[in-house]
Design a protein around this ligand. Structure first.
Ligand SMILES: Cc1ncc(COP(=O)(O)O)c(C=O)c1O
Length: 439
């Protein structure tokens, strides 16, 4: 009987594309091969060979409460015993929508779906349908899932391929996307209000929505400059374009009301995924009632067999109740542990002079960059000034010390409510050791 990760990797390569279920999980970034995970508990995961790791990836952010949290486990068990899904009206979808509207200032009405990608597709269609306009603005380095209209200029490139910031080259991230699918997608560099203003002055009246991640979190973690999001909101109002915040990463993570609450903005449309589902495929589109009513029957169409799946809504409700109980203690803990590990990382980076390395975080999401710069403020700086290959080596070495982060530098690490101070201290010791040996 085979039972090592090496052997399973060989077996997987015969039947799974790239030997895994996405590039970021396979040998493409996990060198020489990924550990096959057997189980998880709290802040830790354990591979099939019995090795334990402190997990700072947390299923790409889908597990704010960590692994196998008792309230999630109990809810799944209790719910599916009486039927997993009915594709019929259930009280739990109403209760969950009510809680979302209570927690998220930007949410007045909700529509459920299953993945972040789907939510983005529906949100873009809604924006176009509601405004009667075709164009959408997306930003360089922002990832919004893999649907045709938005899979452009998301992946890091050589700086010399990106064109002038006044007229960036929109780079398709995939074969198989017809040019027509992105002809109405305008790409703009992020975190520079003057660049957006130039484009809006010229094309604003044709723009259905300006869409963005409020914190750039698919190029590590890059916070918005002070006032940037508010300026974007104002520009959208000026040109009657919708402001669409994709909170797939930041939602139910950076604060109860996500990035919008943290930075005090009120987008017209917001989408959620990841943390909303607490490890299960649940996503949602929310926003101002008048805009959201555009999704009503006969207007902008959106369907889905598993929309508002009864078990998933119950799990999400349990998870959000857990995070928000006792005056949002769970949300506070996420932030506290994210800030703590980031501060400790910064301290050890400052105290050594072998590597030029920095850490950036917004609450519970953080990333390490090997760079000569003291901060990374946008996609172009990342492409030009960050040694992401070195990060991949660092992350793969860190795993040998029992610390699990994704080896792709454009992803990020994530704290949960169950990461303890001991987890953080052990992680810091491992980072120090790996840095001292890294070339
Ligand atoms: C900001 C953002 N939007 C959308 C998506 C797509 O979500 P999903 O992977 O659930 O389709 C992601 C996934 O990482 C994301 O980070």
């Amino acid at each position: 009987m085979i039972n090592t990760s090496k052997e399973w990797t060989k077996r997987a390569s015969n039947v799974l594309v790239d030997g895994g279920s996405s590039a970021a999980r396979s040998s493409l970034v996990f060198h020489p091969y990924p550990p096959y995970i057997d189980h998880g508990l709290g802040s830790k995961i354990f591979d099939i060979e019995g090795r334990g790791y402190i997990d700072w990836m947390m299923a790409f952010g889908a597990l704010p409460l960590g692994h196998a949290h008792p309230s999630i486990v109990d809810t799944v068990r209790n719910t599916i015993e009486t039927g997993s899904h009915f594709a019929a009206a259930t009280t739990v979808e109403v209760e969950l929508a009510e809680l979302i509207c209570k927690l998220v200032p930007a949410a007045e009405k909700v529509r459920f779906c299953n993945t972040g990608t789907e939510a983005v597709m529906a949100a873009v269609r809604l924006a176009r349908g509601y405004t009667g306009r075709k164009k959408i603005i997306k930003f360089e380095g922002h990832y919004h899932g893999w649907s045709d209209a938005v899979l452009v200029s998301s992946n890091p490139q050589k700086l010399s391929s990106l064109g002038h910031p006044h007229s960036p080259v929109g780079i398709l991230d995939s074969s198989g996307i017809p040019a027509g699918a992105v002809e109405n997608t305008i790409v703009v560099p992020w975190n520079d209000i003057d660049l957006l203003e130039r484009v809006m002055r010229d094309k604003g009246r044709d723009v259905a929505c300006v869409m963005m991640e409020g914190v750039m979190s698919n190029i590590g973690v890059i916070p918005p400059k002070d006032g940037y999001l508010q300026e974007v909101e104002k520009l959208c109002k000026k040109y009657d374009s919708l402001f669409y915040l994709d909170e797939t990463v930041t939602g139910f993570r950076l604060s109860p009301g996500g990035c919008a609450e943290l930075f005090d903005i009120k987008p017209d449309i917001v989408s959620f995924g990841k943390a909303l589902g607490q490890g299960f495929p649940l996503a949602a589109i929310c926003g101002k009632a008048d805009v959201m009513d555009g999704l009503s029957w006969g207007k902008v169409m959106h369907y889905g067999t598993l929309n508002a799946c009864r078990t998933l809504c119950a799990v999400s409700l349990a998870g959000l109740n857990e995070l928000s109980k006792e005056n949002n203690a769970g949300f506070k803990k996420l932030k506290q542990q994210g800030n703590y590990i980031s501060e400790e990382l910064k301290k050890i980076f400052m105290s050594q002079n072998k590597h030029s390395v920095i850490c950036q975080n917004v609450g519970s999401i953080f990333q390490i960059y090997f760079t000569e710069k003291n901060k990374i403020e946008n996609f172009r700086e990342y492409c030009d000034c960050v040694d992401s290959a070195k990060y991949t080596r660092f992350a793969n070495d860190l795993r040998k010390q029992g610390v699990y982060v994704n080896p792709s530098n454009s992803l990020h690490s994530i704290s949960s409510t169950v990461h303890s101070n001991t987890d953080i201290d052990e992680t810091i010791m491992a980072v120090e050791k790996v840095l001292s040996q890294l070339n």
